[in-house]
Design a protein around this ligand. Structure first.
Ligand code: GYE
Length: 331
């Protein structure tokens, strides 16, 4: 009896040890094979800034069309250019059990640490698109977007070329929404290079990426003075607004006052063909394929570079092939 009790205890201890090392009665415990995600498994919560112009419309269309093509479920959130609404939308997607990827086009660079930590705790993959933020980069998978500072540097170089024969180099700057990485970095990049040819930014104010405000701000400035040689519009819409204001003030845009914009949307090409806009610095809005590819890799545990800058060009009204280039543009 005593012998069988010891045997039984020994067997019990052996079973305990085996189960601790993952071996059950019917062999070693199978380590669960990690799920391999495909695009059809992705449920993406996309926090768009709003619908402030041609670039944004192309960016939104890129996400909706590409999601359809790839069979991704897309939950689109329009933040109406309101940061509080965007943060609330972010939390909504954190609480949404179906959402496994959150894509953020941040209205402003700050205020994201808390929700990013909550998303991480909830196991959501976060990918930044279009706009960078000031947060620790271990709080998101990657950022897909443009080098806005480089766009600012290119803008200064181009305005230097336009003003090469001009004794005076007073430039007015129409700025994007305050607090956004696009506005901050383009302005900073421009200031890094403007000294090369003696440009002075004599007026600078936000016009919130809008054609209406771009016109109103420029009209107000023109009432004060007409001593301006070039206008730096941080996006196409604000520059097109300035062009309207110049015309109504009896000045010839592109001749009396040079005008440069950033984005290179269809509106900019139309204005260059009309001889009003001199230069547009490209900023690519068609980011969805890269973003979805990165998100899928992150879902499957692949670690990604923290930033994948987009490749972009510069277009000038003097380009002899401008018409055919314009005909070939996607946005
Ligand atoms: O330049 C402007 C849009 O974030 C790059 O936002 C984007 C900017 C773009 O409103 O047109």
């Amino acid at each position: 009896m005593k012998v069988s009790k010891n045997l039984f205890n020994a067997a019990l201890v052996a079973l305990l040890v085996l189960s601790m090392v993952g071996i059950t009665a019917c062999g070693p415990k199978a380590t669960p094979t990690p799920k391999v995600y495909a695009y059809k498994d992705m449920v993406v919560g996309f926090l768009q800034t709003g619908s402030e112009g041609g670039w944004r419309a192309a960016n939104t269309a890129s996400f909706k069309e590409t999601a359809q093509q790839l069979g991704i479920t897309l939950k689109f959130y329009d933040s109406q250019n309101d940061l509080a609404k965007q943060v609330a939308g972010f939390r909504q997607f954190i609480q949404d059990k179906d959402v496994n990827v959150i894509v953020l086009a941040a209205l402003e660079t700050t205020g994201w640490d808390d929700v990013l930590k909550e998303a991480q705790a909830a196991g959501k993959i976060v990918v930044l698109e279009d706009r960078r933020i000031d947060a620790a980069d271990n709080l998101y998978a990657t950022y897909i977007g443009s080098d806005f500072a480089e766009e600012g540097r290119k803008s200064a170089d181009e305005i230097c070329k336009l003003l090469a024969n001009s004794a005076k180099k007073n430039v007015w700057e129409l700025v994007g929404n305050v607090g956004s990485s696009a506005a901050k970095d383009r302005g900073q990049g421009f200031r890094e290079k403007m000294g090369a040819c003696g440009i002075s930014v004599t007026k600078s104010q936000t016009a919130n990426w809008s054609i209406t405000e771009g016109k109103q701000v420029t009209e107000a400035w023109l009432k004060e003075t007409k001593d301006v040689q070039a206008i730096f519009g941080q996006n196409d819409e604000m520059a097109l607004g300035a062009i309207e204001a110049l015309k109504e003030a009896g000045l010839k845009p592109g001749v009396d006052v040079f005008v440069l914009s950033v984005d290179a949307t269809a509106g900019a090409f139309k204005s260059m063909l009309a001889g009003d806009l001199n230069v547009t610095v490209e900023c690519n809005p068609l980011l969805a394929p890269q973003v979805y590819e990165a998100a899928l890799k992150a879902l499957n545990g692949v670690s990604l570079p923290k930033w994948v800058p987009s490749q972009e060009g510069v277009f000038r009204s003097t380009d002899p092939n401008l018409q055919s280039i314009t005909d070939g543009r996607k946005y």
